[in-house]
Design a protein around this ligand. Structure first.
Ligand SMILES: [Zn+2]
Length: 143
């Protein structure tokens, strides 16, 4: 057959009874070849193509695995936190998460500001003390 040489190097090329070339496409792909055998073939895959395909497949699988591992790591980070504002426990993957919601974070922030303000006022208090102890202390270089 003149078309036999065309199939050389094709991964689908097989031999019938040990010597007659044939196409194993239908067996390997589990579907009928969409083209005539030999020169009219459109599904020829050389070993090189197959290797490239395998390499791509491997790369894809590696990427997929990395993605999976990332997701797993993320899942491992998920922990339960009790919101100090409303006492509700919630799950989060953020290490710094402290509050269950933005609303609670806002409340906490406001409380912190108030605390700050209170501290500031306490610090400012003595300086406005008519006895002027702090001013005296400052004048003497005591800090
Ligand atoms: Zn909360």
């Amino acid at each position: 057959m003149a078309s036999d040489s065309y199939c050389n190097g094709c991964i689908y090329k097989g031999l019938v009874n040990g010597n007659a070339p044939c196409c194993n496409y239908i067996f390997m792909e589990d579907k009928r070849r969409p083209c005539p055998p030999g020169e009219g073939c459109t599904v020829k895959v050389t070993n090189r193509d197959a290797q490239r395909r395998t390499a791509e497949e491997r790369k894809r699988k590696k990427l997929e695995l990395a993605k999976e591992q990332r997701a797993k790591r993320r899942l491992a980070r998920v922990h339960t936190v009790v919101c100090p504002i409303c006492g509700k426990s919630f799950e989060t993957d953020r290490v710094q998460a402290r509050y269950c919601s933005k609303a609670c974070a806002k409340v906490a922030h406001k409380a912190q500001l108030r605390l700050h303000e209170k501290k500031r006022r306490e610090m400012d208090g003595p300086s406005s003390d008519p006895s002027g102890h702090l001013l005296q202390g400052k004048a003497l270089g005591v800090r």
